[in-house]
Design a protein around this ligand. Sequence first.
Ligand SMILES: Nc1ncnc2c1ncn2[C@@H]1O[C@H](COP(=O)(O)OP(=O)(O)OP(=O)(O)O)[C@@H](O)[C@H]1O
Length: 228
Amino acid sequence: MSNPVPLLAARDLVKAHGSTEALRGASVDLRAGEILAVTGASGSGKSTLLHCLAGIVRPDGGSVTYGGVRLDRLPEKRLSELRRTEFGVVFQFGQLIPELTALDNVALPLLLAGASREDAHERAGEWLERLGVRGQAELRPGGMSGGQAQRTSLARALVTGPKVVFADEPTGALDSLASEQVMTALVHTARESGTAVLLITHDAQVAAYADREVRLSDGTVSALEVTA
Ligand SMILES: Nc1ncnc2c1ncn2[C@@H]1O[C@H](COP(=O)(O)OP(=O)(O)OP(=O)(O)O)[C@@H](O)[C@H]1O
């Protein structure tokens, strides 16, 4: 393997939601630039694993290490800064801001990071172009198709140049054609920019876009397959 040291590593993660043990000792590695699919039945702990890896929730036990830094031990302020600069996130229902145009949605993370309005809009436009939705730049999310909205969400996740994109069922609400377009755009842009992707899906056709697949079962990683 050219990249033996993982960029992001979870070891023996334990996380409970009330009395439900969502993770019971899950371990997974994500290497720089790789696309990793996390599959498993509903309720097997996929979203909880993503939330722990992305530093959105802290595990009850085990460790999450990113580039040698223990994420699970970082103070909240440093953790949120790291999330903002190193990570991008896409959810099943894009979660774009409904009042803003596609261009403004994608420009927002840059504006929050201190970019000028002109620069943010220029870069946002470039990313919409790369994801094939430049023509929708002035539309609000309500006026777009599901696939266009998801590609806009991908542009927003990628615009800051993250090292990792976390995608939780990004095609879960799309038909198969839109799903294919979103996955093609995600894989192409991630490869081009060297971004690693942790992709949660229950769809085998979507998982087939990944370099590797790990399967969760009852909160532990039960199988590891090389798909490409
Ligand atoms: N906030 C929460 N409060 C209570 N229970 C929760 C919460 N989040 C998750 N759970 C429970 O934890 C377990 C794992 O949930 P998780 O969402 O991580 O699984 P999943 O594999 O992503 O499921 P799905 O494919 O249905 O989204 C499930 O039993 C779920 O009901």
